[in-house]
Every structure is written in C-alpha cells, then in structure tokens.
Design a protein around this ligand. Structure first.
Ligand SMILES: NC(=O)c1ccc[n+]([C@@H]2O[C@H](COP(=O)([O-])OP(=O)(O)OC[C@H]3O[C@@H](n4cnc5c(N)ncnc54)[C@H](O)[C@@H]3O)[C@@H](O)[C@H]2O)c1
Ligand SMILES: [Zn+2]
Length: 362
C-alpha cells in the first residue's frame, strides 16, 4: 500500500492507495477517532457492487452504519438530493461526531462531501473513490458541491475529508469507457507537473489499459502526490491550483455546448488538452515534438483528439467558453505549457487563434 500525505495544517490527511482497502474500511476508520454512527452514501450502481462489503467492514469494527443510495449519474448532484440526504441523516439521528463515507465516483464524492460540509455545520467524512477519475482527482483537494440549472458546480464548499481510501480492486468493475476517460486526468498530471510521469505513461500505457495492479498503484499514487502538492500550496485556488485546469477551458465548453452526457469529462478534456498544447506551441514555444507526443498519448489511450463542429456548434462552444469561470474581463484565459511538465496559468488567448486551432481539429 502507498500512503500520500495532503499537507494542510490541522486539516491534513492521508490518501491510501492499494488493493483490499474496502474490506479494511472499518479498521481504517477506527484509527480516526470518529463517532460510532455513520452513513455510507453511494449510488445505485456502486451500491449494488460494494455497499454490502462497506457496511460489513464498518459493523465488524464496531460502527453503526446506515446506507443512503442515490440514483447513479450527474443528476444526483443537485440540491433536492442534498436535502433528501439531510433528512435521512436526521432521521437516523446522526450527530456532530458521526461521519459520512462517500463510496462512489466523483458524483457521490462531490455530493456526499457537500452534505458532510453542511449537515450540522459540518461532520467528518471519508472518501472511498471507485472511479479512476475520482481516485486521481475529485476525491483529493476538498472541492465539494452540486450543480444548479444555471451551471455545474455553482454551489459548494471547500471541505477536506479525514482520509481517502483508493481501493484498486474497485476499479476492476469500472466500464472501459469510464476508465479511459479517467486516463485523461492521469495524462494531464504528466503534462502539467511531471515529464518523468509522462514518459512513464508512454512506456506503460498498455499495462495501464489492462489495469495491471502494480502499474495502477504507482501511477495513481503519483497523481495523488501531485494533486496533494498543488492543493497544499493553494487550497482555495487563488493561484497555482488553476494549473489543474489545463485543457479544461475548451473541455468544459465542449461538455457544456454539446449537452452534458454526449462526451464524458475525460473525453472532452482530452480534446481540450490537445488544443491547449497546440496553443502552447504557437504562444509559448512548446516544442512541436512535445505537442505531438501529447496528442499521440491521448490517441493511444483511446481518447478523442478531434471534434467536428459546424458553425452553429462552434458559436455555442465560444459562448460556453465566455461563460466559464475562467473568463475575466471578457478575455478567455488558458493554462498553457512551456514544455512537458511545466505550465503557466492565466494566459489570455485571442479568440481568432482558438478558432484557427479548432479548424485544425476537425
Ligand atoms: N471535486 C473535484 O475536485 C472534482 C474534480 C473532477 C471532477 N469532479 C466531478 O466528478 C464528477 C464525475 O465523476 P466520475 O467521472 O467519477 O463520474 P460518476 O461518479 O458519475 O461515475 C461514473 C459512472 O461509473 C459508475 N461507477 C462508479 N464506480 C464504479 C465501479 N467501481 N464499478 C462500476 N461502475 C462504477 C457510476 O455509478 C457512474 O455510472 C462530475 O460531477 C465532476 O464535476 C469533481
Ligand atoms: Zn477534470
């Protein structure tokens, strides 16, 4: 098992990465000095597979767990579902020392984390992420929240978990498309922070695609280390944390303008990162060899690197990009790469240039 520390003073916590962690959930929680009563929040897919093991492990360690299951999918990230969770927590008499276990992907993590942040003004919670995206990204760093009709993640709180348990065994049942989508975030860490990780991914991609346990363990732990390092320096995104948004300016706009659900998040940011690499080449002199390596790795992972846009869709995409949080003063701001492993944030990019890059991605 690998342990990664997230250094946030009195809110510091450990991320554990390894196999066999779900059956150890109770034992791990027992080390945290939490109350006996707890709620496992999960979704309808993950619950079927793993809720029984989670509840059994918690009970065996002397906890009194209750199960809250929400429908699988992004639609559960909304205030109405938050309220249903509060009602169930209150009905089961969870109190200040009680805790929540978020068992699932990023949807469950964001929702359950927000419930934990706000129920009784905050009770402890533990993340047990079961998608690759959640293990390398959403479960670490304390961003929790839900969507509004007006947009994604518009209501939320920074609220750190007590612990993150990444059980590699849970990834075995993840649908292939979801797994590959998670790889887009994995590759992102190489591009933004670690050229050595990037080269390792180039070499070990076949093993990673086979979900080889040893390869997954080193790669996931390294991604968590990078996220922990970034979040440790800038918890609330006043600067550096923005580098985690590499590829997300265009990526979010693709998700948004094509109607959520057509592209998975990883698929959209794969295209977004290829576009950002090409912009980086034009604006910051990212070497063409590195731009090509970036595109090739996404392609080999089975991720899309091109997008066909007629003029109506392109208009929608630009409108979505202007509405995104990363736009200030009317200018679209990008995270761009100087070279593999080194990026800068807050770079203004003229829309004509973005237009030209999109032409090339048809
Ligand atoms: N908080 C953050 O910092 C942060 C960062 C990135 C993304 N997010 C959020 O994460 C969400 C996306 O997360 P996601 O990609 O994990 O999606 P998800 O939680 O919807 O999970 C994807 C699908 O896989 C299923 N699933 C999960 N684990 C499984 C397993 N082990 N076996 C079989 N099926 C399984 C789920 O039921 C769901 O149908 C978005 O809402 C996004 O906004 C948050
Ligand atoms: Zn992302």
């Amino acid at each position: 098992m690998r342990n990664v520390q997230v250094p946030l003073g009195d809110r510091s916590y450990t991320i554990k990465v390894g196999g066999g962690l779900l059956p150890r959930l109770g034992v791990e929680c027992a080390q945290l000095q939490l109350g006996r009563r707890c709620a496992v929040i999960t979704d309808s897919n993950v619950g079927k597979k793993f809720a029984k093991a989670a509840l059994k492990s918690l009970s065996t360690s002397g906890f009194e767990p209750v199960l809250i299951t929400v429908p699988a999918g992004e639609k559960s990230k909304r205030i109405a579902v938050v309220e249903q969770c509060y009602d169930q927590l209150a009905a089961q008499r969870l109190e200040r020392k009680s805790f929540i276990v978020a068992l699932g992907g990023g949807v469950v993590g964001d929702l359950a984390g927000f419930v934990a942040a706000t129920y009784l003004r905050g009770i402890p919670f533990v993340q047990m992420p079961t998608t690759l995206l959640a293990q390398v990204d959403s479960s670490v760093g304390g961003k929790t929240g839900v969507n509004l009709r007006a947009g994604k993640n518009l209501v939320g709180a920074f609220y750190q978990p007590q612990m993150v348990l990444c059980d590699l065994d849970t990834l075995k049942t993840l649908p292939k498309r979801e797994f590959i989508s998670g790889l887009a975030e994995v590759i992102k860490y190489g591009v933004i922070y670690d050229a050595i990780l990037f080269a390792q991914l180039e070499r070990q991609l076949p093993k990673l695609l086979q979900r080889d346990a040893a390869t997954l363990a080193t790669v996931i732990a390294r991604c968590c280390e990078i996220k922990a390092d970034v979040v440790g320096q800038d918890e609330t995104e006043s600067g550096l944390r923005a580098i985690l948004n590499f590829g997300h300016t265009i990526g979010h706009a693709i998700e948004n303008s094509s109607g959520y659900g057509k592209f998975l998040h990883g698929e959209a940011i794969s295209i977004g990162q290829v576009a950002a690499a090409q912009l980086s080449h034009k604006l910051l002199g990212l070497p063409s060899g590195e731009t090509e390596r970036i595109e090739k790795l996404f392609l080999q992972a089975g991720l899309p690197v091109k997008i066909k846009l007629n003029s109506a869709r392109r208009k929608k995409l630009f409108a979505a990009m202007r509405l995104d949080k990363k736009v200030s003063g009317g200018e679209v701001k990008f995270v761009l790469a100087e070279r593999l492993g080194k990026v800068v944030w807050g770079q203004p990019v003229p829309t004509t240039l973005i237009d030209g890059i999109l032409d090339g991605l048809q």
